[in-house]
Design a protein around this ligand. Structure first.
Ligand SMILES: Nc1ncnc2c1ncn2[C@@H]1O[C@H](COP(=O)(O)OP(=O)(O)O)[C@@H](O)[C@H]1O
Ligand SMILES: CCCC(=O)OP(=O)(O)O
Length: 359
């Protein structure tokens, strides 16, 4: 066995695919989907098949025989909350990913992996899905028992970057208190207390800073009045929160790189919006000092926006009084999934069963 691991990671505008042999990545591609392509496949089944065909097409192009694969690893989606770890993709998990009212591209990953793995009689697994829930009881209380706070964030990348940082510092992730901010299409800012994410903003449609495509925390009363005004459909309201909120709502683009370039150039609307986003991210980081009881070993900035030095320098200036700030641009999700797959193949981890672990 070559320990060949297929990795599938769908995002809002792309599907990332890679094949690893052990810990070596042999092929990797970000298959970008235009908004025209995605809107032509709006219906979920159609979009799932569209993305699956793209993955299969890529493997064919690269000359990777399906029979040579030993395991398929997928990003986990918006199933019910579960502990951190590796999970077998089974009927229970697929059912909840299909039925969830919360829409996100990560919901497609497990099914694509399962459809490829099943005929080959190999395992399909997910690892550290976006619903990893380690919230403390006090953080879970929202202000109304009907709407408890939920944990929806970039768990896979946050945990991977936390571990990488700890290993660079010669420490164990489980011994550190870290504030980690994933700054991507969506933004999550989390308090990692000795390896447990005890508090985090709900990064999809809940709370936190606005992001390139999401509104973050909004005045809820105004939202309810707008929703019942008859002026908007439910879909239009949801798009204001996810997809067409945040930076997009102000500037008509989700391209933070371009916006940052314009913001640097001269005073402009772009600079105003960027500075507001930086202000909100910094405030969210500072708020995580409380869950960590003022003992913070480091602040880590990661995700696509962390490539932008102007942006990360401005955040650093606002929060480095709390702890040293470290920048890990981009994300390590493909490698993190592959390494979890390798641990399953070499017997270091036994995948958990979703049905036995949901809270
Ligand atoms: N070099 C860069 N400088 C600033 N922003 C960047 C850079 N590269 C990518 N980005 C921005 O990062 C965002 C996407 O982040 P990413 O972490 O890839 O997204 P996602 O969380 O959706 O996977 C986009 O808004 C993109 O414009
Ligand atoms: C749903 C939480 C994770 C998330 O927002 O991922 P993307 O930034 O990749 O959309």
């Amino acid at each position: 066995m070559n320990n060949r691991i297929l990795v599938i990671n769908p995002g809002s505008t792309s599907t990332k695919v890679a094949v690893f042999e052990g810990d070596i990545e042999i092929v990797e591609k970000t298959l970008r989907h235009s908004s025209d392509e995605l809107s032509a496949y709006q219906e979920e089944e159609a979009q799932l098949n569209f993305r699956k065909e793209k993955v299969l097409g890529f493997l064919k192009e690269e000359g990777i025989a399906l029979e040579s694969l030993d395991i398929a690893m997928a990003r986990g989606g918006l199933s019910k909350p579960i502990p951190s770890g590796v999970y077998l993709v089974d009927d229970n998990l697929l059912h909840d990913l299909k039925e969830t009212p919360k829409k996100h591209a990560s919901n497609f990953a497990a099914k694509i992996a399962f459809d490829i793995a099943s005929p080959l009689k190999i395992k399909a697994c997910i690892a550290d899905p976006v619903v990893v829930d380690e919230l403390s009881d006090i953080a879970r209380m929202s202000g109304h028992p009907k709407f408890p706070k939920s944990s929806v964030f970039h768990a896979l990348n946050q945990k991977a970057i936390g571990r990488e940082h700890a290993s660079r510092e010669g420490a164990n992730y489980e011994d550190l208190n870290l504030i980690i901010a994933h700054l991507g299409g969506g933004i999550s800012v989390a308090a990692h207390a000795k390896g447990q994410v005890i508090d985090v903003n709900q990064a999809l449609d809940g709370s936190g800073p606005f992001s390139p495509e999401r509104s973050g925390s909004l005045p809820v009363g105004d939202i309810i009045r707008a929703a019942f005004s008859g002026a908007y459909t439910q879909q239009q309201m949801m798009e204001m929160l996810v997809g067409k909120g945040g930076m997009f709502a102000y500037l008509g683009t989700i391209d933070a790189k371009k916006v940052e370039e314009l913001a640097i150039e001269k005073p402009s609307k772009e600079r105003e919006v960027m500075e507001a986003m930086i202000y909100q991210i910094s405030k969210e980081i500072a708020s995580m000092v409380i869950p960590l009881e003022n003992k913070v070993d480091g602040i880590l900035l990661t995700g696509g926006l962390a490539y932008g030095k102007w942006l990360t320098d401005k955040i650093k200036n606002k929060v480095d009084y709390i702890a040293s700030v470290h920048v890990y641009p981009g994300e390590d999700e493909m490698k993190a999934l592959a390494m979890n797959g390798l641990r399953v193949l070499n017997g270091a981890t036994t995948p958990k069963l979703y049905g036995e672990t949901i809270f």
